[in-house]
Design a protein around this ligand. Sequence first.
Ligand code: BES
Ligand code: ZN
Length: 594
Amino acid sequence: MARLDPHSYFDSDQARTRHLDIAFDVDFARRVIAARVVLDLGGPSRGPLDLDTKGLAIGAVRTGDGRPVPFALGPEEPILGRRLRLELPADSTAVEIVYETTPDAVALQWLDPAQTEGKRHPFLFSQCQSIHARTMLPCQDSPYVRTPYRAAVTIPDALAAVMSAGPAGERTGPRPGTKTWLFEMPQPIPSYLLALAVGDLAARDLSPRARVWAEPATVEKAAWEFAGVEQMIVTAERLFGPYPWDRYDMLVLPPSFPYGGMENPRMTFLTPTLLAGDRSLVDVVAHELAHSWTGNLVTNATMDHFWLNEGFTVWAERRIVEALHGAEAVALAWAIGQNALDESVARFGAESPLTRLRTDLAGVDPDEAFSSIPYEKGARFVALLERTVGRERFDRFIQAYLGRFRFTSITTEDFVAFLEVQLPGVAAQVDSRAWLHEVGMPANAPVFRSGALEALTALAEGFAGGARPAAAQIAAWSPAETLIYLQHLPREVGANACAWLDANLRLTGRGNHEILVEWLVIAAGSDYEPVFGRVREVLSRVGRMKYLRPLYTALGRHPRTRQLARDLYARAGPGYHVLSRRVIESVMEKYRDG
Ligand code: BES
Ligand code: ZN
């Protein structure tokens, strides 16, 4: 018996799923999916097969040729869920499981019409990373296991369905008023990249291979914001090789989507907070697109190697941004990343094992280990390798890495071994052992300098002493520069200073949520009443965890904002994604009384 992944019951000595055939019947009234999945085992197998499940109601299990399969559900484990052990009779080449999800499946958020832009239809979306696919279907829910899949999704006929797969047609549904949408994902993907969304959706083509989906009321705005995506794909292909997934489509979700973006293959999921109206937040699209190579093509084998996904992708995202917008823009992006990295290290503590790149998350919920560390420390490690060998050699290395491991799932150790073969001695030269296995930030971390950056931070650091930027200066700042300025201001300033900032930088009315939330963190943390209305508005609409955590944290600083937070959460809480609720509850637990 070999359990290779601390977050899965997947056993490498047992049969491995080679293909999934999924039938989902989406029931908005009951908030469940009635489902059937066929796991193709690729050849005759027998004996135990352990699957991951969480909150699934298992109805029947039979072999592909209809023989009953005895099964047993193990006890509920808090992180893992319940092991579903099947006892396969001899010569089982496939197994079919009939089951239902439960209304509180973590992977699925069911929205009332009121939580959508159009207010007329309900909405459903999934978010499986890291270990929530098991709340949507019984499977070997470890990225070690990759499968192509096919799906038939039955939904109300007024709605549309998208998946992390190619469209494969539609047919009339099994009941009046229903329609069945067909999907096909021919390339093998890990379970965390399974994705589904259902709602009142419209689409706009951005290029022959890229399209954006959104609610009808949002789709034009989305098409404008992401009009440059084809150019991004072409740029990424120059760096990382031909785009391997055929189409690159995007879905803009309702605002409760808990992440900025999710790299579901062929269908990136995006928060609507990216629709700033000035294309200033498209680096998130560059990031999700870059995952098409780093993450989706070469995948972390378990969450202990998550930095292989995110560190490489942040580095790749910045290479794309550099090619499109230049070195100065990228220096600012690294600075914004540094701020996020510092916040994460401070939150966990510099000595925390969660500051390692290669982690040991046995017994740890990946959602609780989530931070900017695998992203930004990981990207700095990759950038250090790049600087050490030079860009030309490193680009060849990256192409070789992607070629060698394409459509496989690898560990940190696999990466290090490959690095040693391709670029002998470099690992030792940069002290990769310290980067990967030690806590905190190594002393040889690369530094990203820029004149603009130094001027901005100096100006912000002089704020408490009375330094103020001139109107002409402010007017010339890009959104990234404004954000960096705000990030370097004191966390608490007086009411006059707040009023000055808002009047001169016009912050409360901003549509760029990076800037808006950074401002609200300062202003709410300063107990500055004029922004309370906007705080209320943002927190009752937006469910992106990146914004909720700092805002609810800032609201904890003063008695009256603490009360505001509690009132708000009591009202907005039920509309948040369960993952967002968990984050906010952990933040509010740390509030002092009063
Ligand atoms: N894959 C992540 C999102 C994720 C990670 C979801 C782990 C669940 C568990 C995605 O690619 C991501 O990193 N999104 C970022 C944006 C990015 C520009 C850093 C986000 O959501 O903010
Ligand atoms: Zn990512």
